[in-house]
Ligand binder design. Sequence first.
Ligand SMILES: Nc1ncnc2c1ncn2[C@@H]1O[C@H](COP(=O)(O)OP(=O)(O)OP(=O)(O)O)[C@@H](O)[C@H]1O
Ligand SMILES: [Mg+2]
Length: 500
Amino acid sequence: MNLPPEPRTWPSPAALSWVHRYAALGSEFHTRWTAQPLPDPYWVCTSGAAAEMLGWPDDWAQRDDWQALQCLSGGAQWPGLDPVATVYSGHQFGVWAGQLGDGRALLLGEMQLADGSGVEVQLKGSGRTPYARMGDGRAVLRSSIREFLCSEAMHGLGIPTTRALCVIGSALPVRREQIETAAVTTRLAPSFVRFGHFEHFAHHEKPQQLQQLTDHVIACHYPECREAAQPAAALLDAVTRRTAELMAQWQAVGFCHGVMNTDNMSILGLTIDYGPFGFLDAFDPGHVCNHSDHQGRYAYNRQPNIALWNLHALGQALLPLIPDADAAQQALEPYKTVFPAALERRMRDKIGLLQTLPGDRELVDDLLRLMAQDRCDFTITFRRLAGFVSTPGAPNDSVRDLFVDRAGFDAWGTRYAERLRQESSVDAERGARMNRVNPKFVLRNHLAEVAIRRSRAGDHSELQRLLAVLERPYDEQPEHEADAGFPPEWAQTIEVSCSS
Ligand SMILES: Nc1ncnc2c1ncn2[C@@H]1O[C@H](COP(=O)(O)OP(=O)(O)OP(=O)(O)O)[C@@H](O)[C@H]1O
Ligand SMILES: [Mg+2]
């Protein structure tokens, strides 16, 4: 007789395994701190996928023994935690900004997963810390929802990112341009260390702590650098490569970060700090998503160069640990080849080319030029291109109609069709492949805005629905067609800024 499977019993939070490798670095690196409780907390949203990554039960948020609502909003603490606010510094908008740090974030600890890896669990918006400077330590519901949705959307797109487990709201008023209400987001990442953590110790001429931080990051996240002749240079080289790959992914999907300060650059090459981000709608290479960025420093087409600038700042910070300055310079060199190669590969994938032939780059560049000239929607154009038929004379109206300059598109289309006929794959197979790299769904501002408005009114179902759509951005999901359409007129009135 087959016995039914044993019901799975889940541990109480007391049985979760926490380590505190960052906290163990010592008091130069952080301040032990506790969160300021959010009054009358309520659930706004949770990510099942993020909880699954942690190995948590489906009903973790509701379980009495977990008290998750309290513990992730500062009102209680799970056993075994050792929360710290970490200190970092950094360059903001190209200028040295001095000491920053987790002004409104709190690292609860590092949870050990079943596979032995670690995930840091961090609250954002959990009250003032010693690094809060003039800030109130809070985050508003609006920006918390945006961060939550985009973290999980980027993960769905396959782009390295910090994750978001949940958002918890409260009626606590928070003053921004207007009075809004507070929320706390729980974020997850293998590490929240930023370039700015290294800059902090370099600026304060603390080579011992700089070495300690470098050893920590290498031991936990870049073990392959340990045996290198100059481990710090090897680390810089590895971070350079990861950052280059990340930039290629951002550019290929049309993601604009908005605040690429060195304190918002992850040492793991993750997308971190979702503030005034945006996805390209009508393609404008110089698009600036952050309304506070008057100079356009962080415009879409400047992101790759800014990342390299930021890597130079990291290299500068690591110099005391790299006796041979040439080695530091050498460690940055891969950016100049890895980024363009990665972007080219992704752009070739976006138009469905398997083989590499002369003239391919021009084909991509000319398409982008036409798209920019006609302000074609970035996401929709590439998605529709999957349906392009390479038979001579095929009308291809679906994508052609996106262009004002029809003759320009036809000329390009003729070249594209000829090029596709040199590939071994048939149109249908190519189209399916293209749909796996050109998302149908991205988190456009107006989609987030609708979810935010509903949540403010107490209905979080739209948020949870949108999350589910964005978790599968490459799938057709015809029932959610409206989320894949052009942004409505009113979307132009949405202003995103550093106010969060
Ligand atoms: N409301 C606030 N209260 C306290 N500190 C804040 C507040 N807003 C921002 N800061 C601090 O200002 C600095 C720069 O802010 P930035 O907007 O880049 O980060 P953030 O959005 O708070 O957080 P993160 O980078 O962790 O996502 C950081 O040190 C941050 O902690
Ligand atoms: Mg930040």
